[in-house]
Design a protein around this ligand. Structure first.
Ligand code: SER
Length: 391
């Protein structure tokens, strides 16, 4: 199943069940929002999850582009991308978690043809904040899907994410990606890949970590599009699903790269195109700095092997394909101009960096004071100084 077909099957399925589609999906958060980029489909819906009536009603569905720099070091593995799309559904104080799970199961198996024997679920087992999620547990048992209970892994947002905002227990759906028959459980075997998270948003978390019940119980679900697409297409990584077809055809023909570098270059260039497409320009802070770092990482990898390589060689087809896929109406030439200007700035900075670092003062180990001086006086970031000295 092609990715476009997966998206339309998803949207149709939820529209048939009374959901209205939200249009628009920029990466840029609404004014006043403290985050740099949208990181999950629910993000633009926070005021509505907290009780404000949504103009489209209580059942919503969306395709939201997202950007996660927290996962930057995982980019290049089989399942993480910097910019990706999240398919999402919401019940704003309408239906409950078990119905959402039942529909999710129906879509995966009947709608998308997933073999039910390849599914596994996890649910919240209860802790000092909240009792066990018995309703979801019973639903999975009724459907005959194996289920595991956890505590920390089934609370969203999890881990070290202490951002204030809506949160609650979740039930996650995993798909078996191994060659043989499924084994073990999601917490013990990472061939179980998480594909869909159904969060019952019951609480709001405050800055001091305390929780208060929300005025309504919501359901928020998120499904990583490229991840599911690659699994449905039987591909071993997100980089091999059809949305990367033109990248895998054109980039290796242009630049001879090993697989990890190829993945980084494709991920970061594609992300940079989308960020520029949403109107961001490179800068030394905020959104522009994320863009700058992505472009500079690409250039560093490309030039490591051959200093004559540059973004201007990138085929226009890749920029056009990416803008089309993300439904952005910027002209490819305008994206190119921004990327090329950034490339020129980086080249000038490298040149200056080499000259400054050649001075006798910087031949030995560098102190913190040296790093500050190089940054403040010559605009050289620590990352760049380190890579120039290694090079
Ligand atoms: N907010 C949840 C997630 O990002 C579900 O959409 O996984």
């Amino acid at each position: 199943m092609r990715t476009e077909q997966l998206v339309s099957t998803f949207i149709d399925y939820y529209e048939e069940r009374g959901h209205r589609r939200i249009t628009g999906s920029t990466l840029l958060p609404p004014p006043g929002d403290p985050v740099l980029f949208i990181t999950a489909g629910m993000h633009p819906l926070i005021p509505y999850l907290e009780g404000r009536p949504h103009p489209l009603g209580r059942r919503l569905v969306n395709v939201q582009r997202c950007l996660r720099t927290t996962d930057l070091d995982e980019v290049g593995d089989a399942t993480h991308l910097t910019v990706f799309e999240m398919l999402g559904t919401w019940s704003l104080g309408d239906y409950e978690g078990p119905l959402s799970l039942e529909w999710g199961y129906g879509l995966l198996t009947d709608g998308l043809g997933v073999d039910p024997r390849l599914l596994h679920a996890t649910v919240h087992g209860g802790d000092e904040r909240i009792g066990p999620d018995t309703a979801s547990l019973e639903l999975w048992q009724r459907l005959g899907v194996p289920v595991e209970t956890t505590v920390d892994d089934n609370w969203w947002p999890g881990g070290a994410d202490e951002t204030p905002g809506p949160c609650g227990p979740d039930s996650e759906i995993f798909l078996w990606s191994g060659d043989g028959p499924p084994q073990s459980t999601p917490t013990r075997d990472d061939r179980w890949v998480e594909i869909w998270n159904h969060v019952t948003m019951t609480h709001r978390r405050f800055g001091d970590g305390s929780l208060a019940p929300l005025p309504q119980r919501n359901v928020d679900t998120g499904l990583g599009l490229e991840r599911l697409s690659s699994l449905l297409q039987g591909k071993p990584s997100v980089f091999e699903c059809d949305v990367f077809d033109p990248w895998r055809r054109l980039v290796p023909a242009l630049w001879d790269l090993d697989e990890p570098s190829l993945r980084l270059v494709c991920d970061h260039l594609r992300s940079a195109v989308v960020i520029v497409g949403d109107g961001v320009r490179p800068s030394n802070s905020g959104q522009g700095y994320v863009l700058r770092r992505l472009v500079r990482r690409v250039l560093t990898v490309l030039r490591r092997e051959d200093p004559s390589r540059g973004i201007e060689d990138l085929p226009e087809e890749l920029v056009r394909h990416t803008l089309d896929h993300f439904r952005q109406d910027m002209r490819p030439n305008d994206v190119f101009r921004t990327l090329r200007e950034e490339e020129q700035r980086f080249s000038r900075l490298l040149e200056r960096g080499r000259q400054v670092l050649a001075r006798p003062r910087f031949q030995g180990p560098l102190s913190e004071e040296d790093f500050h001086y190089l940054h403040d006086t010559h605009g050289l970031p620590r990352e760049l100084i380190t890579s120039l000295r290694e090079g």
